[in-house]
Design a protein around this ligand. Structure first.
Ligand SMILES: *Cc1c(COP(=O)(O)O)cnc(C)c1O
Length: 411
């Protein structure tokens, strides 16, 4: 048997809803050599990364760091650390990732209530307030940008409603952070988690998180101290603990806060290569300026939107509430959605996204995010999409996609 050859992936332009083509500068940062866990350079680099993510999240929260794992690890760490069994949580659901929050909160043993709107819409703040008054949750858990529908949930008002009724707010900003405005402190969001593989331009595998002082205190109250885990888990009250212990070791944010904090208590082995990547993602965003990055995503998203419309395609959902970085396009009659995606991939090396649930087989999702929020990536994708549609027999406006996008750029 001959040995396996070295990894040599094909050249691809990833224009789906994530992951996207990583910024080469992030990949270069990730090829740097390892340094020991408690080497002063390493701890300084971790502290520096915390500071960079404070800027990305727009917060002064001391507790801002990375959870090792993909975005879902950040979501699960937040919910398992915040929610005790029996506590009431309210989840506004407007797409697939809202259902993920419901699932994880249910696994935490929480009493889960939802408010739901049809796919393609966002949840009105009044609906959230009405439900808060009805079910009296200790936490509202919400997605900002749900890639399954492309909607971007407005959060300023929901934050204000949560403050007014003294409810904590958790937000999954994985798909939206860096490409759409996000204001942790100004909106009063207690805990936010994200990932690198969307607008941050990196690979998946690290989940940036920020935690308000109030949320950190809520999590710390569940910390296993002298009694030890056995006693604490057996009977929380008898062990002198008013709060249920966090039912995870790896995702126990009380421990992870002590690990990133000044005490540097040993927890897991830092995923050093991911730390380098996450640091570079944040460094690039901060160097560009958060507002400039959001504007870049707005521009290229507007060009892609105009381009698909210029081809004569119909866009799904409430476009006024669309995330900047992804558009859902209805698959024209007579076109086999999967065959067209496959032709785009094999002939042109371009990947676009399929879709889930009620939208499966109805729409494609096309992203313009992170490293691929770029003029050439948008124009190339539109030109190639036109060829594939034409080959499939769809009526498209000749050159209409590229021309409409170029008009947006020229404006
Ligand atoms: C893409 C996405 C995720 C991804 O989670 P992973 O664990 O990184 O796959 C989570 N939440 C939202 C809202 C997303 O769009």
């Amino acid at each position: 048997m001959s040995p396996a050859p070295p990894i040599d992936p094909p050249a691809r332009l990833l224009m789906g809803p994530g992951p996207i083509t990583a910024d080469p500068r992030v990949l270069r940062a990730m090829s740097a050599q390892l340094v020991g866990q408690y080497d002063p350079w390493m701890t300084a680099t971790m502290t520096e990364t915390m500071g960079l993510y404070r800027e990305v999240f727009r917060t002064t929260n001391e507790q801002t760091f990375l959870v090792d794992g993909t975005s879902r690890a950040g979501i699960e760490a937040a919910l398992v650390s915040l929610l005790e069994p029996g506590q009431v949580v309210l989840v506004p659901v407007f797409g697939r990732f809202g259902h993920l929050l419901v699932e994880i909160a249910t696994r935490c043993g929480a009493q889960v209530h939802t408010v739901e709107v049809p796919w393609g819409e966002v949840v009105p703040a009044e609906m959230v307030e009405e439900a808060i008054l009805r079910v009296r949750p200790s936490l509202v858990a919400c997605v900002q940008g749900d890639t399954s529908t492309t909607m971007c949930q407005p959060l300023a008002e929901i934050g204000e409603v949560c403050r007014r009724h003294d409810v904590m707010l958790y937000v999954d900003a994985t798909a939206s952070l860096g490409g759409n405005a996000f204001e942790t402190d100004a909106w009063g969001v207690d805990v936010v988690t994200a990932g690198l593989q969307k607008c941050l331009g990196g690979p998946s595998g690290s989940a940036p998180i920020t935690i308000s002082p109030a949320a950190a205190a809520r999590i710390d109250a569940r910390k296993v101290v002298e009694a030890g885990i056995r006693e604490a888990a057996d009977d929380d009250a008898e062990a002198g603990n008013d709060h249920a212990v966090i039912r995870s070791n790896y995702l126990d944010l009380a421990q992870v806060m002590d690990y990133w904090g000044p005490r540097r208590l040993n927890h897991h082995t830092e995923a050093t290569t991911m730390l380098y990547g996450a640091r570079e993602c944040a460094r690039l965003l901060v160097a560009e300026g958060l507002d400039a990055a959001v504007e870049r995503h707005r521009l290229h998203g507007a060009a892609m939107l105009a381009g698909v419309r210029g081809l004569g395609l119909t866009v799904f959902g409430d476009v006024a509430h669309k995330m900047h970085n992804v558009v859902a396009v209805e698959i024209p009659d007579g076109i086999d959605g999967d065959a067209a995606r496959s032709a785009l991939l094999t002939e042109f090396g371009i990947e676009i996204g399929t879709s889930f649930g009620p939208l499966h087989g109805r729409v494609w999702r096309i992203g313009t995010m992170g490293y691929n929020a770029r003029t050439d990536a948008v124009l190339t994708t539109l030109a190639c999409l036109e060829q594939v549609l034409r080959a499939g027999g769809a009526e498209v406006v000749a050159g209409g996609g590229v021309a409409a996008a170029r008009e947006v750029y020229a404006a």
